[in-house]
Design a protein around this ligand. Structure first.
Ligand SMILES: *Cc1c(COP(=O)(O)O)cnc(C)c1O
Length: 495
């Protein structure tokens, strides 16, 4: 299967090449030239399998240049062993009125692990397959969660190194501890004196610096990113939609062929787009409901057909969804319009004016599958309290946005097909906001006191990866000025 750019051109890559390259030369995103389809028998056969086995079956459909043994190796290293605190990796919890697909049982307690555990394995295997001898150095600027998930994924992966820059004093205490205690012989974490934009601008400059690329080449190193637009981050996410459906079949919540709706807390549009690929492959998916916070640019787009980022930016209690440009939407527009020229035009308008409008017939086609809604912080907290009272289920703020939007969707449409709410973070990752929603006192408590308090209320233990931070050694103490980031990269590359 070949991968092509959403903005056209002659480039045709294998999946290994697309995963190593990340972004197409013309700025477009790589998409499969054709979306493979599977039968009902394929889906039914997933029921008795483990998550890893399900993953191999689904990934094989897209990664046709990888051998089955290679995919198996990647999947085992990504999800096997003790890294996940659920034997089922991404379990589907059956509540009274809906199901919750929990994607946060990985090492950093957030859904990014589902993709960032597998991407490094796919990259490392791709290096072997393409005969690349250089070391790949992954550079990340993070405002918190992605940095840790990337570190955990790349830790000790052969022929790779990873370097994460975060704004000094600009991430939560837990997030900082998660990063600076990271183990592994190929990792570096450095604080930047500045804010997140400074760190990100610094990293972008380094990526664009041709002379520096030459200097690194002499040290047999190539820079790369672990960005959410890499195909290698999207493809692992298709698996859990199939896995959830297999779980519902096993629990007899659905019969083969019954359509299921998914409601997905959305930022960059990667998670929900993976659900769309699953539907195109033949998984019985009804509606995909796109849930946003107050940064509701996607709700407006899916309602009116106009994407407009010229608006106020809000900081919310769902920071991973505080986004005004949802990069992965470009892939959906490409597949649905079938026109790379049209996509290139809209993306040019977005870059130049901050907005674009798609034709009404295309919008109508998108709306056949996608619905949308949003919730503000108060409604989000209300949903947390409601789910706890009604189902004794404690969820994080991002999941609560989807819970609220799913409820509104049901009220509005009367669509009674089974709903799966996609849960993207452990409630312990956002203990403070969750406790406030539950009416508990949080004032004056530090991050670990909040963990304890939430454990008391829920009667479950916080994930080991979070509670163990109390006693872990700090291994990364480096701090640098903005202007010195490049020197720090050079030093780490030559190490
Ligand atoms: C990244 C993230 C999201 C948004 O997912 P996208 O694929 O960017 O739409 C939602 N919730 C949490 C907790 C996340 O970390």
């Amino acid at each position: 299967m070949n991968y092509i750019s959403t903005r056209g051109g002659a480039e045709k890559l294998s999946s290994a090449e697309a995963i190593l390259q990340g972004l197409s030369g013309n700025g477009g995103l790589f998409v499969p030239e054709e979306i493979p389809t599977v039968s009902e028998a394929f889906i039914e056969a997933l029921v008795p399998l483990t998550y890893e086995q399900r993953a191999v079956r689904v990934l094989k459909e897209f990664l046709t240049d990888y051998g089955e043994d290679e995919i198996e190796g990647c999947v085992t290293r990504a999800y096997g062993g003790e890294k996940f605190d659920s034997e089922r990796r991404a379990p589907t919890r059956l509540l009274q009125d809906c199901s919750v697909l929990e994607l946060w049982h990985g090492p950093t307690s957030a859904f990014k692990d589902m993709a960032l555990q597998l991407l490094p394995q796919l990259m490392s295997t791709a290096l072997k397959k393409t005969g690349e001898k250089d070391t790949i150095l992954i550079l990340v600027a993070t405002s918190g969660d992605t940095g840790k998930a990337a570190l955990a994924g790349f830790q000790d992966v052969p022929q790779t190194k990873i370097m994460v820059f975060y704004p000094e004093g600009g991430v939560s205490k837990i997030q900082q501890l998660q990063m600076v205690t990271q183990e592994g012989g190929n990792v570096n974490v450095t604080a930047v004196r500045g804010n997140f934009d400074d760190a990100q601008t610094g990293v972008k400059k380094i990526f664009g610096d041709k002379a520096f690329a030459k200097e690194l080449a002499a040290a047999e190193t190539k820079l790369s990113s672990a960005n959410s637009i890499n195909w290698g981050r999207l493809v692992p996410q298709i698996v859990y939609y199939f896995s959830a459906y297999a779980d519902l079949l096993a629990a007899e919540r659905v019969k083969m062929g019954d359509a299921v709706n998914f409601c997905v807390p959305t930022g960059n549009f990667g998670d929900i787009l993976a659900g769309w690929y699953a539907k195109q492959m033949g998984l019985p998916v009804g509606r995909l409901v796109c849930a946003s916070n107050k940064n509701n640019v996607l709700t407006d787009f899916l309602t009116t057909g106009t994407y407009d980022r010229n608006r106020d930016f809000f900081k919310t209690i769902t920071p991973s969804m505080d986004i005004l440009i949802s990069s992965n939407l470009e892939r959906l527009l490409y597949h649905m319009s079938g026109s790379a020229d049209a996509v290139a035009g809209w993306m040019r308008e977005l870059a130049e004016t901050g907005r674009y409008t798609i034709p009404q017939d295309l919008l109508a086609k998108i709306q056949q599958t996608f619905a949308a809604g949003w919730a503000d912080d108060a409604a989000t907290k209300g949903a947390i309290a409601e789910a706890f009272e009604g189902s004794h289920y404690i969820m994080d703020t991002h999941t609560a946005v989807a819970w609220r939007v799913a409820d509104d969707y049901l009220d509005r449409t009367g669509d009674e097909r089974p709903m799966v709410v996609v849960s993207t973070a452990s409630p312990y990752k956002f203990s403070g906001s969750v406790l406030e929603a539950l009416g508990a006192a949080t004032e004056g408590k530090d991050a670990f006191a909040l963990l304890d308090e939430l454990q008391d209320i829920s009667g479950t233990a916080a994930p080991k990866g979070l509670s163990s931070l109390r006693t872990k050694d700090v291994r990364h103490k480096g701090v640098c000025e903005k202007k010195d980031m490049k020197n720090f990269v050079a030093a780490f590359a030559k190490q």
